[in-house]
Design a binder for this molecule. Structure first.
Ligand SMILES: [Zn+2]
Length: 123
């Protein structure tokens, strides 16, 4: 996922505790659900948790991790309780810098409207 997505607009998190939303049927619904379900809570270094929605259907609590553990959590990945798809990040560091890619590890194919597509890997 993109850093700017979950670091954006932290102050609005308390307005986001709405009713659960259904699985999205298009990109606009996905974005709306993703924004509603991404949260950051806690105070102080080492105690701030990121609640990351599912990268496929934006269901809440796909991953919850400490800000300082972001890289480890992303590389470990998770599986969505709602759509059954799994994902993990692949981080490559070389002379050109750090590249970051989300890979699908489990579950059904991604919905047609979801772009860019994440590559699949076998685990
Ligand atoms: Zn999902």
């Amino acid at each position: 996922m993109h850093h700017e997505l979950y670091l954006a607009d932290v102050t609005a998190t308390k307005d986001r505790m709405g009713a659960p939303t259904p699985e999205p049927r298009n990109a606009a619904e996905y974005l709306r659900r993703f924004n509603a379900n991404e949260k950051i809570d806690g105070f102080g270094i080492g105690n701030v948790h990121i609640h990351m929605p599912c990268p496929f259907c934006a269901a809440p609590e796909f991953m919850v991790f400490e800000v300082l553990q972001t890289e480890q959590a992303m590389m470990k990945g998770a599986t969505c309780k709602e759509c059954g798809r799994g994902a993990r990040a692949q981080i490559r560091k070389d002379a050109a810098g750090t590249s970051f890619e989300i890979l699908q590890t489990a579950g059904p194919d991604q919905p047609e409207w979801l772009t860019p597509k994440m590559r699949r890997i076998q685990t």
